[in-house]
Design a binder for this molecule. Sequence first.
Ligand SMILES: Cc1cc2nc3c(=O)[nH]c(=O)nc-3n(C[C@H](O)[C@H](O)[C@H](O)COP(=O)(O)OP(=O)(O)OC[C@H]3O[C@@H](n4cnc5c(N)ncnc54)[C@H](O)[C@@H]3O)c2cc1C
Length: 505
Amino acid sequence: MSEFVDARTLPAGMVLTPDIAIVGGGPAGISLAMALANNTKLDLLLLESGSANFDPAVQALYTGSQSGDAYAPLEVGRLRTLGGGTNHWGGWSRPLDAIDFEKRDWVPHSGWPFPKAALDAYYPIAQNLIEAGPWIYDKGDSVAAANAPMMPLGEGGLYTSWFQFSKMRGDVVPTRFGARYEGSLKAAANIKPLLNANVTAVRLTPNAQQVDRLDAATLNPEGGIGKRFTIRPRHVVMAAGGMENARLLLASNDVMKAGVGNQNDLVGRFFGDNPIPRNVATLVVFGGKLASYYGSTQTLGEARMRAVFAPTAAFARSKKVMGSLTTLEYPVELDDIGKAAVITAANALGVDASSARAYSVGCGMELLPDRDRRLTLTGETDALGLPRLKLHNIVSDADFALYRQTLAELGRQVLASGAGLLRINCSRREDWLKNMDWGHHHLGTVRMHVDPRQGVVDGDGKVHGIANLFVAGSAVFPTYGASNPTLNLIALTLRLADHLKKVAT
Ligand SMILES: Cc1cc2nc3c(=O)[nH]c(=O)nc-3n(C[C@H](O)[C@H](O)[C@H](O)COP(=O)(O)OP(=O)(O)OC[C@H]3O[C@@H](n4cnc5c(N)ncnc54)[C@H](O)[C@@H]3O)c2cc1C
């Protein structure tokens, strides 16, 4: 049994020498620590910048700036507290699709170093950690149909797919990793969780082939740096989140002048997120009210689930579209033109639309990889002296045009099956951007590729050229589909844990 240690109570100048230093106590860092503690004698140090409680001064370390298309402020879409983003996540969970891992000729820079099957063994454990119930993503139709009839979609490029939701036991709050796994972290004799511990630099040996040490510091409650201390680990895993991993690598530029692992100018580039444009279309269902699992999360059997519409791999290949998950949101009133269209279509199809209902349609999209959508360092510094981040955000017209094809196919299918009709509400760029939210999924900035010229880390999550430095989390996803990342990044982190057990024990 080990207690959490407050780094502010350490003697100044202390040097810690764990086998593995894990930088960041979000879902990636906590899952990794627990997986490595299991059946090994590895001495693990979990360095977390925050504590169990939100602290505005710590959170302010995340403040940054931005340019390009509107995006959430950088300190809003993440939390610098033990448990990281899971302290405010929505719990939406869905495994990536096999096609998301493939090299697709219409998606530049696509292709993971391994197929989805490489994560098969880890998904059930990740699902267990997020407490999203039994694995029934692929059995949703039968579970749902036993509850209430599904909307017929007919043959075509889209199919009904399923989200499952994380939940704290006996509650409906998604699992918060800090609170949920505090007991497990304390119970593992070989994990030392260190709170209020900010890693400020990754220091390499002069030949740039090894991490020599990590610089760390605490925040002084009155502002500025409190104590400085040093970690000399055998191995380092960066698990500080999809933006902060890139920031720390870029800012650690004393030996490698462009930043650690940035010899090919890739760190911080290819930033990704799943945009969530709202009210992109209106779906009219001739038969009237749809089952409640379309518009909101419902308990079906032992899981909490929600139906969405996803493109099949065959449709994606033939139309060269990106990933998307189309959702039905809330009932809407049709205007006169809409009502006339319903009567005309229903008459032509010979179906009864007297109790037709209309729903607003939203979606989560996958963006085309873009090396210019990127994070860079600015001249401004935070309270610990680290350069702040700037995000340049880009959503291209091609991104909207590709998703529009998917929506059009959904419209074709519902009409052909006699179930309803779909009116697309967005044609101009301004229409798409008008009601745009973001998933706060920070992806791609430390991308994975077997070729060092195309990726910062290799297929094992190791930074190319540096023997003992690894990265965990969605920063390494080279492409990412439309599924929310946390279940997937935990599965990938568990795979990394297995690799580390081989190389570090
Ligand atoms: C509002 C919101 C809703 C979301 N909803 C969903 C959802 O429904 N489904 C889903 O899959 N995902 C969702 N996400 C995304 C999800 O939160 C992230 O995918 C997940 O938290 C990433 O995990 P991580 O461990 O890689 O990084 P983080 O959760 O960001 O954790 C990183 C940790 O590192 C610590 N840290 C940072 N810098 C340092 C440093 N220098 N030294 C030491 N420690 C440091 C931080 O304090 C933090 O605890 C949502 C995010 C937000 C903001």
